[in-house]
Design a protein around this ligand. Structure first.
Ligand code: 13P
Length: 248
């Protein structure tokens, strides 16, 4: 069985002080959580959040990682730097990074391997745009990402994949539970085929895109969906907690 994993992606929100307040509000609400709970926070919030989550079930995540261990990469943060701070998870290849910061399948792959190398669990994001879905190219786009983003991984139980249809991110347009389930099923099948014998069956796949307190239960009831990557709703304590407690 795959243990469900609910992760908040705060994106570029919350100063360190605001982060402390949000964690303080979330903490008592997720005490009974049965799933893995993660918050992926802006890098500069990491020290404050590390302190704030003490004694709770919440685990620390980052939103990006560079592929080199160190060197002349102004503005970047390496996997060993995150690791030393107690970070356990890191989002890689979010569509916003692909869209606004020139992330490619090749760099996503390199960052994923760097994260694994340092003992971090990468949450690798894949997904199609609206135009790609409407022109019937969803599977083709996902297949390309699957072929390129995961090259060189030996044990897929050590990674998480987030299927985030770009058209559902921050738009209030959620994929229907059936749509998300079907596409995630496709991803799992395809990955099992390409990366046979590498533990793909134990890899968790999240859905992301306008997941909220109202639709979480239905999405999480789907057999292929192992969790959620939550943007907007992770910024409000009661909403995030309601998603985490989807099974209660
Ligand atoms: P929203 O939940 O705000 O749509 O964002 C989803 C997302 O991009 C999570 O990484």
């Amino acid at each position: 069985m795959r243990k469900p994993i609910i992760a908040g992606n705060w994106k570029m929100n919350n100063t360190a002080r605001e982060a402390e307040a949000l964690i303080a509000a979330v903490k008592p609400l997720v005490k009974q959580a049965k799933c893995d709970v993660v918050v992926c926070v802006p890098a500069i919030d990491i020290p404050a959040v590390k302190k704030a989550i003490r004694g709770s079930k919440i685990r620390l995540g980052a939103q990006n990682v560079h592929f080199a261990e160190k060197g002349a990469y102004t503005g970047e943060i390496s996997a060993p730097m995150l690791k030393e701070y107690g970070v356990q998870y890191v989002i890689v290849g979010h569509s916003e990074r692909r869209q606004y910061f020139g992330e490619t399948d090749e760099t996503v792959n390199k960052r994923t391997l760097a994260a694994l190398n340092a003992g971090l669990i990468p949450i690798v994001c894949i997904g199609e745009s609206l135009e790609e879905r409407e022109s019937g190219r969803t599977e083709e786009v996902l297949a390309r990402q699957i072929e390129k983003d995961f090259v060189g991984i030996e044990d897929f139980s050590k990674i998480v994949v987030a299927y985030e249809p770009i058209w559902a991110i921050g738009t209030g347009k959620t994929a229907t539970a059936a749509q998300a389930n079907e596409t995630i099923g496709f991803i799992r099948k395809k990955m099992k085929k390409i990366y046979a014998g590498k533990n793909v069956g134990r890899m968790r796949i999240q859905y992301g895109g306008s997941m909220n307190a109202k639709n979480a239960k239905e999405l999480m009831a789907m057999p292929e969906i192992d969790g959620g990557l939550i943007g907007g709703a992770s910024l409000k304590a009661p909403d995030f907690a309601a998603i985490v407690n989807f099974d209660q």
